[in-house]
Design a protein around this ligand. Structure first.
Ligand code: FAD
Length: 481
């Protein structure tokens, strides 16, 4: 057996501070990167063109990094459960190593790959490298050893635990590459040139909210920690203000390590001069913890991926009005703040968090549609689409998840008045309403004639009526349980 180790990248598209890669390089100088374009994922019906475009850009940048280090990133096209063991065996590799993931599909896939590698006598990861988390799910337990299902006690425990800081990987600059013969073997066993997103059937012509690759993510983090983080607590709620980090795509694909992100917040705290600034930074840290809370939740309760967590919502009589769903998707509900948000999503592949909550509440509590419809549509559109965070956000908004407050219904008009007080965000995305008076934009108080004149739809439902309906259905379901 050779000393070749294949390092399989998945949600860790970087070389810097990569837990599993560091272990691989400590074992051998001949480490070659591997990424598998998995048709099970790429051909699923919840893939966003913008996300594939960003991912391919990150892979291109990762290839350059490997080349600079003297090695390469192999791209495989095929089912990882078959193609990875086959390639490793053909190359006579000593090991295939990787970082762990929380998602049910990944867990099952990895178990199958491990079985196949075992059979061939090829090494696999000895322990779970939780590279994308600051703390392993097993390490955050309540006093009685239970799993947290409520965020606040989770945060109290999680935030107290000492964090590991980013580590430079030793000998990263002097990796050995495959020989020419091995390169040929790799090609015969399914490796391909890195395709474009278009080659894979995904076209995204628009701009990306963040450039692909490690350098752009690092720069974005530095810029955010220098400026917007200091006012995050207040500004993060206003969709017209660039008050958040826009790091979600980079975190989704591990283009930047979570330890690097955390270290930046600790440095920002050390440099902060007032309690107010500290509170802003801590609020951002709490968002990072929400990301982990939802990943731990997905790991501990994989059934979350397929439906409601709370019994009251397991058989909820959701409506199935396709026309309402279509209007929501297209940003044509007649509710300006909802429409602005959906158009931002459709045009940029990203939506502000406040608006994600508003449109999710609208879909479930006003249109009475199944949150899974919205969850899937988000996955089909978001650059940062991530099973755990998206599912967590949708379950939170639908009141079907791990949240102590049962029924939270957002009033679109009050949300707009509070968080888009000048109507700037609405005007940016709903261009036909640009010339309207701010008060009308916020309250949605626009006459049928005025709507007709600018081809803006009538409200598809009445918020007050729907709110009552939802509450009635909820009460009924609760009584059944
Ligand atoms: P910042 O405010 O700068 O936050 C920093 C980071 O913390 C984010 O990049 C993200 O990684 C994490 N984070 C922040 N808020 C949350 C949260 N509520 N839950 C989990 N992680 C959080 N986030 C995703 O990354 N992918 C999704 O698919 C996704 N779907 C969502 C669906 C709904 C219905 C809701 C309500 C929220 C969803 N979120 C999702 C969470 C949140 O909206 C985004 O993480 C955030 O808007 C990304 O922008 P940012 O990077 O500027 O965030």
């Amino acid at each position: 057996m050779s000393n070749l180790i294949l390092f399989w990248h998945r949600r860790d598209l970087r070389l810097a501070d990569n837990t599993g890669l560091a272990k691989a390089i400590a074992k051998s100088s001949k480490v070659v990167g591997l990424f598998c374009l998995d048709p099970n994922i790429l051909k699923a019906d919840d893939v966003a063109s913008v996300r594939v475009t960003y991912m391919i850009g990150c892979l291109r940048s990762l290839q350059e990094k490997y080349t600079q280090a003297g090695s390469q990133l192999l791209i495989l096209y095929g089912k990882p459960t078959e193609s990875i063991p086959k390639l490793a065996s053909a190359l006579n590799a000593r090991a295939v190593l990787w970082n762990w993931d929380v998602e049910p599909y990944s867990q099952e896939r990895d178990r199958t790959v491990i079985d196949a590698l075992k059979e061939k006598g090829i090494e696999y990861p000895e322990s779970k490298n939780w590279d994308q988390l600051l703390h392993a799910p097993e390490d955050i337990r309540s006093g009685s050893g239970g799993v947290y299902t409520v965020y606040t006690p989770f945060w109290r425990n999680w935030s107290q635990k000492p964090k590991v800081f980013p580590q430079d990987i030793e000998n990263l600059a002097s990796l050995e590459n495959l020989t020419e013969v091995e390169q040929e073997i790799a090609q015969q066993n399914g490796t391909v040139e890195l395709p474009s997103a278009k080659d894979l059937g995904y076209e995204w012509e628009g701009e990306l909210i963040i450039a692909p690759g490690e350098i752009a993510a690092q720069e974005q983090l530095e810029e955010f920690c220098y400026s917007a983080i200091n006012e995050y607590q207040e500004q993060r709620n206003f969709p017209a203000v660039p008050g958040t980090s826009l790091l979600s795509p980079a975190l989704k694909f591990g283009v930047i390590s979570i330890r690097t992100v955390w270290e930046a917040t600790v440095e920002a705290l050390e440099n902060s001069r007032s309690d107010e600034t500290k509170a802003n930074i801590e609020t951002w840290q709490k968002e990072i913890a929400w990301r982990e809370f939802y990943q731990h939740a997905m790991y501990n309760f994989p059934e979350l991926a397929s439906g409601a967590y709370r019994d009251t919502f397991k058989n909820f009589p959701w409506e199935s009005n396709e026309k309402h769903f279509q209007a929501w998707c297209e940003g044509k509900t007649g509710y300006p703040i909802v429409d602005a948000a959906m158009r931002q999503l459709n045009e940029t592949g990203w939506m502000h968090n406040r608006c994600r909550m508003i449109v999710a509440s609208f879909l479930t509590k006003d249109l009475l549609l199944n949150p899974q419809w919205g969850e899937k549509y988000f996955m089909q559109r978001l650059i940062d689409g991530d099973l755990s965070a998206n599912n967590g956000g949708w379950q939170w908004s639908a009141s079907s998840g791990m949240d102590p407050k049962p029924v939270r219904i957002f009033n679109p008009a009050s949300q707009a008045q509070k968080f888009d007080p000048e109507g700037e965000y609405i005007r940016q995305w709903v261009s036909e309403l640009r010339s309207f008076d701010t008060r009308c934009l916020l309250t949605g108080n626009i006459t049928p004639l005025e709507r007709q004149a600018v081809s803006y739809p009538e409200p598809i439902v009445d918020h007050k009526v729907q709110q009552r309906l939802f509450k009635g259905l909820y009460k009924q379901q609760k009584e059944l349980i």
